[in-house]
Design a protein around this ligand. Structure first.
Ligand code: GLU
Length: 395
Protein backbone atom coordinates (compact mmCIF):
# COMPACT_ATOMS: atom_id res chain seq x y z
CA UNK A 1 0.00 0.00 0.00
CA UNK A 2 1.17 3.51 -0.79
CA UNK A 3 2.43 5.46 2.22
CA UNK A 4 2.29 9.21 2.74
CA UNK A 5 5.19 11.47 1.81
CA UNK A 6 5.19 12.53 5.45
CA UNK A 7 6.08 9.12 6.84
CA UNK A 8 8.60 8.51 4.08
CA UNK A 9 10.57 11.50 5.34
CA UNK A 10 10.76 10.20 8.92
CA UNK A 11 13.78 8.15 10.01
CA UNK A 12 13.26 5.34 12.47
CA UNK A 13 14.48 5.89 16.04
CA UNK A 14 18.04 4.54 16.13
CA UNK A 15 17.88 3.79 19.86
CA UNK A 16 14.80 1.63 19.51
CA UNK A 17 16.11 0.03 16.30
CA UNK A 18 19.39 -0.93 17.99
CA UNK A 19 17.57 -2.33 21.02
CA UNK A 20 15.31 -4.36 18.73
CA UNK A 21 18.30 -5.66 16.79
CA UNK A 22 19.83 -6.93 20.03
CA UNK A 23 16.54 -8.60 21.04
CA UNK A 24 16.22 -10.28 17.62
CA UNK A 25 19.75 -11.65 17.83
CA UNK A 26 19.07 -12.98 21.33
CA UNK A 27 15.99 -14.76 20.01
CA UNK A 28 18.12 -16.36 17.32
CA UNK A 29 20.29 -17.78 20.10
CA UNK A 30 23.21 -15.34 19.75
CA UNK A 31 24.86 -14.54 23.08
CA UNK A 32 24.57 -10.81 22.55
CA UNK A 33 25.33 -7.94 24.92
CA UNK A 34 22.97 -5.03 24.47
CA UNK A 35 24.28 -1.66 25.62
CA UNK A 36 21.64 0.11 23.60
CA UNK A 37 18.49 1.53 25.04
CA UNK A 38 18.54 3.97 27.92
CA UNK A 39 16.37 2.37 30.52
CA UNK A 40 16.92 1.23 34.04
CA UNK A 41 17.34 -2.51 34.48
CA UNK A 42 15.82 -2.34 37.98
CA UNK A 43 12.23 -3.43 38.51
CA UNK A 44 9.72 -0.69 39.30
CA UNK A 45 9.81 -0.25 43.11
CA UNK A 46 7.28 -2.31 45.05
CA UNK A 47 5.50 0.70 46.63
CA UNK A 48 4.63 1.95 43.14
CA UNK A 49 3.40 -1.47 41.98
CA UNK A 50 1.17 -1.70 45.05
CA UNK A 51 -0.47 1.68 44.35
CA UNK A 52 -1.15 0.62 40.76
CA UNK A 53 -2.59 -2.74 41.84
CA UNK A 54 -4.85 -1.01 44.37
CA UNK A 55 -6.17 1.34 41.68
CA UNK A 56 -7.00 -1.63 39.48
CA UNK A 57 -8.63 -3.61 42.27
CA UNK A 58 -10.84 -0.80 43.50
CA UNK A 59 -11.70 0.19 39.92
CA UNK A 60 -10.44 3.77 40.17
CA UNK A 61 -8.31 3.17 37.07
CA UNK A 62 -11.02 1.72 34.84
CA UNK A 63 -12.12 4.74 32.85
CA UNK A 64 -10.99 7.76 30.89
CA UNK A 65 -9.33 10.48 32.94
CA UNK A 66 -8.93 14.18 32.16
CA UNK A 67 -7.01 14.31 28.90
CA UNK A 68 -4.14 16.25 30.51
CA UNK A 69 -3.90 13.91 33.51
CA UNK A 70 -5.83 13.62 36.76
CA UNK A 71 -5.74 16.67 38.98
CA UNK A 72 -4.06 14.87 41.88
CA UNK A 73 -1.15 13.90 39.64
CA UNK A 74 -0.80 17.38 38.14
CA UNK A 75 -0.94 18.89 41.63
CA UNK A 76 1.65 16.40 42.89
CA UNK A 77 3.98 17.28 40.03
CA UNK A 78 3.49 21.02 40.54
CA UNK A 79 4.16 20.62 44.28
CA UNK A 80 7.40 18.77 43.63
CA UNK A 81 8.95 22.05 42.38
CA UNK A 82 9.98 24.83 44.70
CA UNK A 83 9.79 24.46 48.46
CA UNK A 84 6.90 24.14 50.88
CA UNK A 85 6.33 27.84 51.36
CA UNK A 86 6.96 28.84 47.76
CA UNK A 87 5.70 26.55 45.03
CA UNK A 88 6.71 27.66 41.59
CA UNK A 89 3.88 26.09 39.66
CA UNK A 90 0.15 25.38 39.88
CA UNK A 91 -1.69 22.29 38.61
CA UNK A 92 -2.89 24.16 35.53
CA UNK A 93 0.73 24.62 34.55
CA UNK A 94 1.14 20.87 34.13
CA UNK A 95 0.22 18.62 31.21
CA UNK A 96 0.65 14.87 31.60
CA UNK A 97 1.03 12.66 28.53
CA UNK A 98 2.03 9.13 27.60
CA UNK A 99 5.75 9.44 28.16
CA UNK A 100 8.14 12.30 27.48
CA UNK A 101 8.45 11.34 23.82
CA UNK A 102 4.73 11.99 23.25
CA UNK A 103 4.84 15.16 25.34
CA UNK A 104 7.73 16.55 23.28
CA UNK A 105 6.06 15.60 20.03
CA UNK A 106 2.91 17.45 21.04
CA UNK A 107 4.93 20.40 22.29
CA UNK A 108 6.65 20.91 18.94
CA UNK A 109 3.25 20.60 17.26
CA UNK A 110 1.72 23.37 19.38
CA UNK A 111 4.74 25.72 19.39
CA UNK A 112 6.07 25.65 15.84
CA UNK A 113 4.90 27.20 12.61
CA UNK A 114 6.33 25.93 9.32
CA UNK A 115 9.87 27.24 8.92
CA UNK A 116 10.39 28.09 12.59
CA UNK A 117 13.89 27.29 13.71
CA UNK A 118 14.76 25.32 16.81
CA UNK A 119 18.32 25.40 18.11
CA UNK A 120 19.52 21.88 18.78
CA UNK A 121 22.82 21.28 20.54
CA UNK A 122 24.93 18.52 18.97
CA UNK A 123 25.05 15.71 19.93
CA UNK A 124 21.31 15.45 20.50
CA UNK A 125 18.90 12.69 21.44
CA UNK A 126 17.77 10.93 18.28
CA UNK A 127 14.10 11.95 18.34
CA UNK A 128 14.49 15.72 18.80
CA UNK A 129 15.50 16.46 15.22
CA UNK A 130 12.86 14.19 13.70
CA UNK A 131 10.08 15.54 15.90
CA UNK A 132 10.98 19.13 15.01
CA UNK A 133 10.82 18.21 11.32
CA UNK A 134 7.51 16.40 11.84
CA UNK A 135 6.15 19.72 13.11
CA UNK A 136 7.51 21.41 9.94
CA UNK A 137 10.17 23.23 11.92
CA UNK A 138 13.88 23.32 11.09
CA UNK A 139 16.47 22.07 13.54
CA UNK A 140 19.48 24.36 13.60
CA UNK A 141 22.48 22.43 14.83
CA UNK A 142 25.19 23.90 16.98
CA UNK A 143 28.10 22.20 18.65
CA UNK A 144 29.99 23.28 21.74
CA UNK A 145 33.60 22.38 22.48
CA UNK A 146 34.22 18.70 23.06
CA UNK A 147 36.59 19.42 25.95
CA UNK A 148 33.68 21.26 27.65
CA UNK A 149 31.38 18.26 27.19
CA UNK A 150 29.89 19.94 24.08
CA UNK A 151 28.16 22.46 26.34
CA UNK A 152 26.95 25.65 24.67
CA UNK A 153 27.74 29.21 25.63
CA UNK A 154 25.96 32.46 24.81
CA UNK A 155 28.49 33.05 22.02
CA UNK A 156 27.60 29.71 20.39
CA UNK A 157 23.93 30.67 20.50
CA UNK A 158 24.54 34.12 19.02
CA UNK A 159 26.15 32.46 16.00
CA UNK A 160 23.02 30.51 15.09
CA UNK A 161 20.29 32.89 16.25
CA UNK A 162 18.04 34.32 13.54
CA UNK A 163 14.69 36.08 13.27
CA UNK A 164 13.14 32.65 12.81
CA UNK A 165 14.51 31.18 16.04
CA UNK A 166 11.52 30.04 18.07
CA UNK A 167 13.01 27.68 20.63
CA UNK A 168 16.11 25.96 21.96
CA UNK A 169 16.15 22.39 23.26
CA UNK A 170 18.40 21.85 26.24
CA UNK A 171 18.83 18.35 27.65
CA UNK A 172 20.88 18.29 30.85
CA UNK A 173 22.02 15.75 32.02
CA UNK A 174 22.55 14.89 28.39
CA UNK A 175 21.60 11.88 26.40
CA UNK A 176 24.00 10.81 24.82
CA UNK A 177 27.03 12.40 26.56
CA UNK A 178 26.07 12.35 30.24
CA UNK A 179 27.36 15.89 30.67
CA UNK A 180 25.60 18.22 33.12
CA UNK A 181 25.29 22.01 32.92
CA UNK A 182 26.03 23.90 36.13
CA UNK A 183 23.54 26.41 37.50
CA UNK A 184 25.65 29.31 36.21
CA UNK A 185 25.87 27.81 32.75
CA UNK A 186 22.10 27.30 32.60
CA UNK A 187 21.60 30.83 33.82
CA UNK A 188 23.72 32.21 30.99
CA UNK A 189 21.57 30.37 28.45
CA UNK A 190 18.37 31.28 30.27
CA UNK A 191 19.20 34.99 30.27
CA UNK A 192 20.09 34.84 26.59
CA UNK A 193 16.73 33.18 25.82
CA UNK A 194 14.80 35.78 27.82
CA UNK A 195 16.59 38.60 26.02
CA UNK A 196 15.88 37.09 22.59
CA UNK A 197 12.43 35.80 23.51
CA UNK A 198 13.33 32.23 22.56
CA UNK A 199 11.40 29.43 24.29
CA UNK A 200 13.57 27.06 26.29
CA UNK A 201 12.45 23.45 26.03
CA UNK A 202 14.28 21.89 28.96
CA UNK A 203 14.34 18.11 28.82
CA UNK A 204 15.16 17.26 32.44
CA UNK A 205 14.32 13.57 32.36
CA UNK A 206 17.77 12.65 33.80
CA UNK A 207 17.74 15.43 36.43
CA UNK A 208 17.93 13.10 39.42
CA UNK A 209 20.64 10.96 37.86
CA UNK A 210 23.71 13.04 38.70
CA UNK A 211 26.81 11.61 40.32
CA UNK A 212 29.91 12.19 42.42
CA UNK A 213 28.58 15.24 44.20
CA UNK A 214 27.31 16.98 41.07
CA UNK A 215 24.53 19.42 41.90
CA UNK A 216 21.03 18.59 40.66
CA UNK A 217 19.95 21.65 38.65
CA UNK A 218 16.69 22.54 36.98
CA UNK A 219 15.65 25.56 34.95
CA UNK A 220 12.85 25.90 37.51
CA UNK A 221 15.47 26.96 40.10
CA UNK A 222 16.54 30.02 38.11
CA UNK A 223 14.91 33.46 38.05
CA UNK A 224 11.16 33.85 37.55
CA UNK A 225 11.84 35.46 34.13
CA UNK A 226 13.77 32.40 33.01
CA UNK A 227 11.16 30.08 34.52
CA UNK A 228 8.44 31.82 32.51
CA UNK A 229 10.47 31.45 29.32
CA UNK A 230 10.88 27.69 29.88
CA UNK A 231 8.80 24.61 29.30
CA UNK A 232 10.25 21.78 31.35
CA UNK A 233 9.65 18.19 30.27
CA UNK A 234 10.25 15.34 32.66
CA UNK A 235 8.63 12.10 33.76
CA UNK A 236 8.84 9.01 35.92
CA UNK A 237 10.62 6.75 33.42
CA UNK A 238 14.28 7.00 34.35
CA UNK A 239 14.27 7.88 38.06
CA UNK A 240 11.61 5.39 39.12
CA UNK A 241 12.43 2.59 36.64
CA UNK A 242 9.07 3.09 34.94
CA UNK A 243 9.86 3.28 31.22
CA UNK A 244 7.05 0.87 30.40
CA UNK A 245 4.39 2.85 32.26
CA UNK A 246 4.61 5.81 29.87
CA UNK A 247 4.12 8.87 32.04
CA UNK A 248 5.80 12.14 31.08
CA UNK A 249 4.80 15.73 31.60
CA UNK A 250 5.32 19.31 30.49
CA UNK A 251 5.43 22.16 32.99
CA UNK A 252 5.20 25.88 32.44
CA UNK A 253 3.11 28.49 30.62
CA UNK A 254 -0.65 27.92 31.10
CA UNK A 255 -1.61 28.74 27.51
CA UNK A 256 0.87 26.19 26.22
CA UNK A 257 -0.48 23.59 28.67
CA UNK A 258 -4.03 24.26 27.45
CA UNK A 259 -2.90 23.92 23.85
CA UNK A 260 -1.23 20.61 24.68
CA UNK A 261 -4.44 19.34 26.25
CA UNK A 262 -6.44 20.44 23.19
CA UNK A 263 -3.98 18.72 20.86
CA UNK A 264 -4.03 15.55 22.99
CA UNK A 265 -7.84 15.59 23.06
CA UNK A 266 -7.74 14.84 19.33
CA UNK A 267 -4.44 13.00 19.01
CA UNK A 268 -3.83 10.90 22.09
CA UNK A 269 -6.56 10.85 24.70
CA UNK A 270 -5.46 10.52 28.30
CA UNK A 271 -2.37 8.62 29.43
CA UNK A 272 -3.21 5.21 30.95
CA UNK A 273 -5.11 5.74 34.21
CA UNK A 274 -3.30 2.96 36.07
CA UNK A 275 0.04 4.52 35.18
CA UNK A 276 -1.14 7.88 36.50
CA UNK A 277 -2.02 6.34 39.88
CA UNK A 278 1.38 4.63 39.91
CA UNK A 279 3.03 7.99 39.16
CA UNK A 280 1.23 9.73 42.02
CA UNK A 281 2.63 7.13 44.39
CA UNK A 282 6.08 7.38 42.82
CA UNK A 283 6.33 11.07 43.73
CA UNK A 284 4.31 11.17 46.93
CA UNK A 285 5.59 8.10 48.72
CA UNK A 286 9.14 7.97 47.48
CA UNK A 287 11.01 5.17 49.23
CA UNK A 288 14.73 4.63 49.93
CA UNK A 289 15.07 2.24 47.03
CA UNK A 290 14.91 5.17 44.58
CA UNK A 291 18.03 6.77 46.05
CA UNK A 292 19.69 3.34 46.09
CA UNK A 293 19.09 3.02 42.35
CA UNK A 294 20.71 6.42 41.82
CA UNK A 295 23.71 5.32 43.90
CA UNK A 296 23.99 2.17 41.87
CA UNK A 297 24.08 4.17 38.64
CA UNK A 298 26.78 6.35 40.13
CA UNK A 299 28.90 3.27 40.87
CA UNK A 300 28.26 1.89 37.41
CA UNK A 301 29.08 5.22 35.81
CA UNK A 302 32.49 5.37 37.49
CA UNK A 303 33.30 1.75 36.67
CA UNK A 304 32.08 2.00 33.09
CA UNK A 305 34.19 5.11 32.52
CA UNK A 306 37.34 3.42 33.86
CA UNK A 307 36.75 0.33 31.73
CA UNK A 308 36.09 2.28 28.58
CA UNK A 309 39.30 4.24 28.99
CA UNK A 310 41.23 0.96 28.56
CA UNK A 311 39.85 0.30 25.07
CA UNK A 312 42.33 1.07 22.29
CA UNK A 313 41.11 3.80 19.94
CA UNK A 314 38.19 4.88 22.17
CA UNK A 315 38.37 8.49 23.29
CA UNK A 316 36.37 10.25 26.00
CA UNK A 317 37.27 13.92 26.38
CA UNK A 318 35.38 14.34 29.65
CA UNK A 319 34.01 12.14 32.41
CA UNK A 320 30.21 11.96 32.30
CA UNK A 321 28.43 13.29 35.38
CA UNK A 322 24.88 12.07 34.88
CA UNK A 323 22.30 10.00 32.92
CA UNK A 324 23.52 6.50 32.01
CA UNK A 325 25.50 6.75 28.81
CA UNK A 326 29.06 6.92 27.55
CA UNK A 327 29.63 8.52 24.18
CA UNK A 328 33.21 7.93 23.02
CA UNK A 329 34.79 9.04 19.76
CA UNK A 330 35.74 5.65 18.27
CA UNK A 331 36.99 6.84 14.87
CA UNK A 332 40.53 5.83 15.79
CA UNK A 333 39.40 2.31 16.73
CA UNK A 334 37.54 2.00 13.41
CA UNK A 335 40.63 3.13 11.50
CA UNK A 336 42.99 0.83 13.43
CA UNK A 337 40.81 -2.18 12.65
CA UNK A 338 40.41 -1.36 8.96
CA UNK A 339 36.83 -0.05 8.75
CA UNK A 340 35.89 2.85 6.51
CA UNK A 341 33.41 4.35 8.95
CA UNK A 342 32.22 4.07 12.53
CA UNK A 343 28.87 2.79 11.25
CA UNK A 344 30.71 -0.14 9.64
CA UNK A 345 32.80 -0.65 12.76
CA UNK A 346 29.66 -0.75 14.89
CA UNK A 347 28.14 -3.39 12.58
CA UNK A 348 31.30 -5.48 12.95
CA UNK A 349 31.04 -5.13 16.75
CA UNK A 350 27.54 -6.58 16.51
CA UNK A 351 28.38 -9.37 14.09
CA UNK A 352 31.77 -10.43 15.43
CA UNK A 353 31.95 -9.28 19.06
CA UNK A 354 28.19 -9.55 19.65
CA UNK A 355 28.04 -6.19 21.39
CA UNK A 356 25.31 -3.77 20.31
CA UNK A 357 25.59 0.00 20.79
CA UNK A 358 23.86 2.93 19.08
CA UNK A 359 25.63 4.66 16.17
CA UNK A 360 26.59 8.26 16.88
CA UNK A 361 25.42 9.31 13.41
CA UNK A 362 21.84 9.38 14.66
CA UNK A 363 22.91 11.75 17.47
CA UNK A 364 24.56 14.06 14.92
CA UNK A 365 28.16 12.85 15.37
CA UNK A 366 29.18 10.04 13.03
CA UNK A 367 32.54 9.28 14.70
CA UNK A 368 30.95 8.26 17.97
CA UNK A 369 29.04 5.36 19.52
CA UNK A 370 26.64 5.49 22.46
CA UNK A 371 26.86 2.83 25.16
CA UNK A 372 24.28 2.56 27.93
CA UNK A 373 25.63 1.34 31.26
CA UNK A 374 22.18 0.79 32.78
CA UNK A 375 22.98 -2.91 32.92
CA UNK A 376 24.62 -5.12 35.55
CA UNK A 377 28.30 -4.31 36.06
CA UNK A 378 29.40 -7.77 34.90
CA UNK A 379 27.44 -7.42 31.67
CA UNK A 380 29.03 -4.05 30.89
CA UNK A 381 32.49 -5.41 31.78
CA UNK A 382 31.98 -8.42 29.51
CA UNK A 383 30.88 -6.08 26.69
CA UNK A 384 34.04 -4.01 27.09
CA UNK A 385 36.21 -7.14 27.20
CA UNK A 386 34.69 -8.39 23.97
CA UNK A 387 35.28 -5.07 22.23
CA UNK A 388 38.86 -4.94 23.46
CA UNK A 389 39.55 -8.52 22.31
CA UNK A 390 37.92 -7.77 18.96
CA UNK A 391 40.09 -4.70 18.37
CA UNK A 392 43.27 -6.44 19.50
CA UNK A 393 42.56 -9.42 17.22
CA UNK A 394 42.51 -7.06 14.24
CA UNK A 395 45.79 -5.27 14.98
N1 GLU B 1 15.50 7.80 25.58
C1 GLU B 1 15.99 6.46 25.66
C2 GLU B 1 17.22 6.28 24.80
O1 GLU B 1 17.71 7.21 24.23
C3 GLU B 1 14.90 5.50 25.34
C4 GLU B 1 14.68 5.15 23.91
C5 GLU B 1 14.17 6.27 23.12
O2 GLU B 1 13.01 6.58 23.26
O3 GLU B 1 14.96 6.84 22.38
O4 GLU B 1 17.72 5.17 24.73
Amino acid sequence: MKLSKRIQKVSESATLAAAQKAKDLKKQGVDVISLTVGESDFPTPEYIDQAAIASIKDHTADHYTAVNGILELRQTIADSYGNHSDHYYTADQVYVGSGVKTVLFNLFQVLLNPGDEVILPVPYWVSFAEQIKMAEGSPVFVQGKEEDGFKLTKEDLDKVYSEKTRAIVLNSPSNPTGMVYSKDELEEIGEWAVEKDVVIIADEIYKRLVYNGREEVSFSDLSSEIREQTIIVDGVSKTYAMTGWRIGYALGNKEVMKALAKYASQANGNPAAVSQYAAIAAYKEEADEVEKMVQSFERRSNEAYQLMKTIPGFYLATKPEGAFYLFPDVSEAAKMTGYESVDEFSLALIEEAHVVSVPGSSFGLADYLRFSYAVEEEVFAEGMKRIKDFIESKL
